[in-house]
Design a protein around this ligand. Structure first.
Ligand code: ADP
Length: 982
């Protein structure tokens, strides 16, 4: 078959391989060769390479031009493709008989020389762009604008060289000569044959350079700041709270650099690191920061290559790909030596890092079934991804995966090296973010002050996405016509108003009172797209899909949808909502405002059992659904998103927004929906209560909250209806409510307090191992009166939080126990405990283990204890009170008629302290256990204790393991007193 015919018969295949990766690089390399071989003249090139047109139409144009030029041009074109494409992409293509490129005489002008050498120059100049531009600028051939035009960050280095060459051609012969001269001067001496090793790594270095610059270009800006208010990541990035829990349950705070380090490793054999956090907690942004710092060689300096992936975008890849194709097509195309570069990756896994953002948005749930280990064999994307994560494929390469916690089940957890939690901003992080956002310090101050007086809003700002909205909408916020936002629905309505306001102030000025009604059409169209997308796990929409939903350019220009420019698998425009939570908000608006839907949408949102059974995606974006995905598999992303949507639905139906929605939806419909939601929430709560097991005899009746309990509470909070909150817990009859490890932060505390304050009888509220923090503690105050015990172990609480808690606590009659093990407490909080102990003569248990309390703090506590006649349990394990502290406490407690249990384990207490405690023993009529393990008590101290025990029959045990005693002394002393335990 002639080359001419081969081009006609293989047109579709040629088109696919040339635009398969969405990267223009293969086409540009082919064009370089065709220009050098004089198949194309400059005019052809300009007609083909039209930047405004999609890549595939440029390729079609090239095919047409070459076809029209006849047989020779066609065979040279096939030869060029053969040279440019990697082996595996050429499979199945026929290149004909081939043809020799005839070497012609060297051209006689510098401009033509640059054209003939163009393919080589693109590679050669990539490392010297700055130098070349400098020479062209200083010789007056280029202006600064010319240089800026060449170096736009959207271009890869190869593209920058091509722009430079095009510009030189445009400037004429003098510029071309200057460039050639420069190239001659910088020509390195010819490599020696024995330099083969260097030659190989030089190609890898070139690839690394290209990858770094492409990763840098993708991560420079934050997507939520697209459009007018463009912020670079450097300007706005604020550190979040990163934590890891190690095998013994201890929480450690991490820096960004520790993400891939050894701290917190639970499984040495696994390579996958999970970064988990709620929606909007900043996971994608953190990953973006990591990418940018790697690209600048400022972090992860041992990582030679970093490949970033977005699971949202992998959803759109329906082809079967090999690992090699996945890396090169989705991340960065090697301009040469693809095989060597890939071999380097295979040979050096410890120098490579993969990141996968948003596993919770991947529409296939993790499956641990199909094993695949061949890096060059094409398989469906889920198989590839899952085998990478569980380590069958490319063992040894570290992978960082981000996800909301709910989406990571036990089958994937087995393969995790460690799990790092991102808990949003700290209070100082919020201030820092606001200051970075507002260049005017006075404005930043006003926003910060307004947050300080509204702690509910401050609590919300701990989640970065809310903080971003609140800061962005500061004018509406400070204007404060509609009251201060209390719920996330309030915050998102503020954002909605802000976006419409921004648009309308450009045209007709301020928004009217009926602003929502005015924009109802846009809201409903966006809402429908959002809801259908959520139900089909679809977060990226093509222009056609927008059109099908009736969305016009004007709707898009409102700014809720952003152009997602790095969707490299296809080359038509794609859009996504500014953030997933905004997609949920629009979906909720649709559920509430669309008068045509029956109530099934609400049932589906609020009754989890309906979600599994109703065949949701049948009614959704047909075009979003991958026909190969079985429905059972595509549930992963749904639940958390539909839960957020349900929260917004609850908020929108709240009485507070009645007047805003008045003319957007008939009152009768709205009320029907309101009743349905209220009923669903009440039923949901009842289901929980029914799950409470009967109390074991002698134990408290206790309820361990199921995962959706907190969600139901948050929905109730959004409704801001006291009677619904009252009804919800009216029948809850438990003594202990356990909410440990439930990702409870300040936002959840606000909602919990709102509902639990209506409990009829006091409960023990156990919130251990969450991220309550000082702001969360403040949010809990409204329900403190109904807590007889508060367990806040491991919650990042500082003295300031305790000050506020105890200020209220002293006034709460029922409040009798508190546990604060492993927080950030110092001597600055002990005066408040002293005051509590003095004032509350029914307080029973104070546990302050693993904090930073010294002898001074202990002395202050002692002050309070000497006036107290109720405390039974005092725990100070793992502080630093020393002998002085022990003496003060012993002295204060010796007249106690209630103390049963005292722990001073690991406190640097020596024999002097032990002797003081001996006096306590000799006088106490109630003490049962004394814990003194891990101190520095020696024989003298123990002998004092023995003497005291002779006068006391109530003490059962004195624990003394890990003190300054030899094994022989331990044996001898325990013979003298059997209640001593060594
Ligand atoms: P997630 O991936 O957890 O849903 P994102 O990273 O998308 O959260 O964050 C949502 C928005 O919150 C971002 O677009 C940005 O505006 C803001 N944000 C998140 N983290 C940070 C941060 N560390 N510094 C500054 N802004 C942040």
């Amino acid at each position: 078959m002639s080359a001419h015919q081969l081009i006609i018969t293989q047109r579709a295949e040629l088109l696919t391989v040339l635009c398969g990766g969405g990267s223009a690089e293969p086409l540009e390399c082919v064009l370089d060769l065709l220009l050098a071989w004089e198949v194309l003249v400059w005019e052809d090139y300009l007609n083909i390479r039209v930047a405004e047109k999609p890549l595939c139409s440029n390729i079609r144009q090239l095919l047409d031009v070459v076809h029209d030029k006849g047989e020779d041009a066609c065979s040279l074109f096939l030869a060029a493709i053969n040279q440019v494409l990697p082996e595996e992409q050429k499979a199945g293509l026929c290149f004909g008989k081939g043809c020799a490129v005839v070497g012609k005489n060297r051209p006689d002008t510098a401009t033509l020389m640059l054209l003939v050498d163009r393919p080589v120059l693109v590679t050669k100049l990539r490392d010297n762009i700055d130098g070349a531009l400098n020479v062209l600028l200083t010789t007056g051939c280029f202006t600064i604008q010319d240089c800026d035009g060449v170096q736009l960050p959207v271009y890869t280095p190869s593209q920058q060289v091509r722009r430079l060459l095009d510009q030189v051609k445009f400037k004429g012969e003098t510029a071309a000569k200057t460039l050639l001269q420069y190239l001659e001067q910088t020509e390195p001496s010819k490599p020696k044959p024995e330099d083969k090793e260097n030659h190989l790594s030089a190609d890898c270095l070139l690839y690394q350079k290209k990858l770094r610059s492409s990763v840098a270009a993708q991560s420079l800006f934050l997507s939520t700041y697209g459009g007018a208010g463009r912020f670079s990541l450097d300007d706005i990035y604020t550190d979040g709270l990163l934590e890891v829990v190690d095998g013994s349950g201890e929480t450690t705070t991490l820096g960004l650099e520790d993400m891939v380090g050894p701290i917190g490793t639970l499984n040495e054999d696994a390579d996958t690191i999970l970064l988990s956090g709620e929606a909007g907690s900043g996971k994608s942004t953190l990953l973006q920061r990591l990418h940018l710092l790697w690209a600048r060689e400022a972090l992860l300096t041992n990582t030679f290559l970093l490949f970033p992936f977005s699971c949202r975008k992998l959803n759109a890849e329906h082809r079967e790909l090999s690992l090699k194709e996945l890396l090169f097509l989705h991340c960065c195309w090697p301009d040469r030596s693809q095989d060597e570069v890939f071999q380097f990756i295979l040979d050096h896994p410890h120098m490579v890092l993969f990141t996968f953002d948003g596993l919770d948005e991947f529409k296939h749930g993790f499956r641990d079934e199909e094993r695949h280990c061949c890096p060059t064999k094409p398989v469906p994307i889920p198989v590839l991804l899952f085998n990478l994560l569980q380590g069958t494929l490319m063992k040894g390469i570290l992978k960082v995966v981000t996800s909301r916690p709910q989406a990571v089940g036990p089958s994937l957890k087995r393969y995790l090296r460690k799990e790092v939690h991102l808990n949003g901003f700290s209070p100082s992080g919020i201030n820092c973010f606001v200051k970075k956002h507002h260049s005017d310090p006075a404005m930043a101050r006003r926003v910060i002050d307004s947050l300080q007086v509204n702690t509910v809003l401050l609590g919300l700002c701990h989640i970065p996405v809310f903080c971003w909205i609140v800061t962005k909408c500061h004018q509406e916020l400070l204007g404060g016509q509609d009251g201060i936002p209390q719920t996330i629905t309030d915050v998102y309505l503020l954002a909605l108003q802000h976006f419409f306001q921004r648009k309308s102030s450009l045209s007709q000025g301020a928004l009217g009172k009926a602003w929502l009604e005015e924009h109802l059409d846009t809201v409903l169209k966006l809402g429908q797209l959002a809801l259908e997308g959520l139900e089909a796990s679809c977060y990226v929409f093509s222009g056609n899909e927008l059109q099908r939903n009736g969305l016009t350019e004007q709707d898009v220009s409102m700014g809720f949808l952003i152009y997602c420019n790095d969707l490299s698998v296809t080359d038509c425009k794609h859009y996504e909502f500014l953030h997933i939570t905004l997609q949920c908000f629009f979906a909720a608006l649709y559920v509430v405002l669309n008068c045509n839907n029956n109530c099934s949408a609400i049932s589906r949102l609020f009754q989890p059992q309906h979600r599994q059974l109703s065949g949701l995606s049948q009614r959704c974006l047909g075009h979003c659904i991958d026909p190969s995905v079985e429905e059972a598999e595509s549930h992963v992303a749904e639940t958390p998103n539909l839960q957020i949507t349900a929260q917004f639905v609850s908020g929108l139906l709240s009485q507070r927004h009645h007047s805003l929605l008045l003319d957007c939806c008939p009152t009768a419909v709205r009320e029907r929906k309101f009743k349905q939601v209220a009923k669903s929430l009440s039923k949901g709560m009842q289901r929980h209560f029914k799950s409470i097991p009967r109390p074991v005899k002698g134990e408290k009746k206790s309820m361990h909250a199921m995962p959706s309990f907190v969600w139901l509470i948050k929905c109730i909070y959004e409704m801001q209806d006291k009677s619904i909150a009252q009804d919800a817990v009216a029948k809850l009859d438990v003594e202990h409510l356990k909410l440990t490890y439930c990702s409870i932060g300040p936002v959840e505390c606000t909602a919990l307090a709102y509902v639990l304050q209506h409990l009829r009888n006091p409960v023990g509220l156990q919130l251990d191992n969450n991220s309550v923090g000082d702001v969360g503690v403040e949010q809990l105050l409204p329900c403190l009166h109904i807590c007889h015990s508060l367990y806040l172990r491991n919650n990042n609480i500082s003295d300031e939080g305790i000050r506020k808690l105890l200020e209220k606590g002293v006034k709460c009659e029922s409040f009798q126990k508190i546990a604060l093990f492993n927080n950030k407490l110092t001597d600055a909080c002990t005066q408040h405990f002293a005051c509590l102990l003095k004032t509350k003569q029914n307080f029973l248990a104070l546990r302050l283990g693993n904090n930073n309390i010294t002898s001074q703090g202990a002395e202050q506590l002692a002050e309070g204890l000497s006036y107290n006649q109720s405390l039974q349990f005092l725990g100070l394990w793992g502080n630093k009170i020393g002998d002085r502290g022990a003496e003060a406490l012993a002295n204060a407690l010796k007249n106690s008629t209630t103390l049963i249990w005292l722990s001073l384990v690991d406190n640097g207490v020596g024999s002097a302290g032990a002797c003081a405690l001996a006096k306590l023993i000799s006088q106490s009529k109630t003490l049962d256990e004394l814990w003194l393990n891990k101190n520095c008590i020696s024989r003298d101290g123990v002998e004092c204790l023995i003497e005291a025990l002779k006068m006391n029959s109530s003490v059962r045990e004195v624990w003394l393991r890990g003190n300054n005693l030899s094994p022989e002394e331990e044996v001898e002393l325990s013979k003298q007193e059997s209640r001593l335990i060594f």
